[in-house]
Design a binder for this molecule. Structure first.
Ligand SMILES: [Zn+2]
Length: 174
């Protein structure tokens, strides 16, 4: 289907508005979830990411592979690039990445290369996830940096969003 023939991307999911006062993992994941909704509104696979450092969000991005025609334009990569610009260093030491789906091989590798302190993801990905789903790059015995990992934050919401998107895409094709 060409871009011109595409129907408007209607996302039936509303954004969430978490309290700013209680900045826990669910708070930051809510912001990543809202980024995923932004992706859907642009007819991209709804995956979103934010990066937290010192209690502040220093980067927020969503998947843009189709729009940019760039296979590396995943939410995590875009967020890490933004964060590195803000920090002024490729080392994102002390920062935490929140992402709605377990990072793929490329993004899992990048989180290690960026020396992130922590990665928090919502839903696991047994097919392509490389932080424990399909394989675990963080468990490579010889690497000199390891991530703290937390999985399952807002898992149901992020899975429902992604599944609904793919369901719609399947219906559009029929
Ligand atoms: Zn990725």
């Amino acid at each position: 289907m060409t871009d011109a023939a595409r129907p408007p991307a209607i996302c039936p999911f509303p954004k969430v508005f978490p309290s700013q006062l209680h900045r826990d993992d669910a708070f930051y994941m809510s912001l990543a979830y809202n980024q995923a909704i932004e992706a859907w509104r642009e007819d991209e696979v709804p995956v979103g990411a934010v990066i937290e450092l010192g209690g502040e969000v220093i980067a927020a991005a969503h998947n843009q592979v189709d729009g940019t025609r760039d296979p590396t334009a995943h939410a995590e990569i875009l967020a890490m690039t933004q964060a590195a610009r803000i920090v002024g260093d490729w080392r994102l030491s002390g920062a935490t990445l929140y992402v709605t789906k377990e990072p793929c091989p490329m993004c899992s590798g990048a989180t290690l290369m960026a020396r992130l302190k922590r990665v928090v993801f919502a839903m696991g990905d047994p097919k392509m996830g490389c932080l424990g789903g399909a394989t675990d790059l963080n468990a490579l015995p010889e690497i000199n940096h390891h991530l703290e990992l937390t999985r399952g934050v807002m898992e149901t919401e992020c899975r429902d969003l992604l599944q609904a998107y793919f369901q719609l895409k399947r219906l559009e094709k029929e």
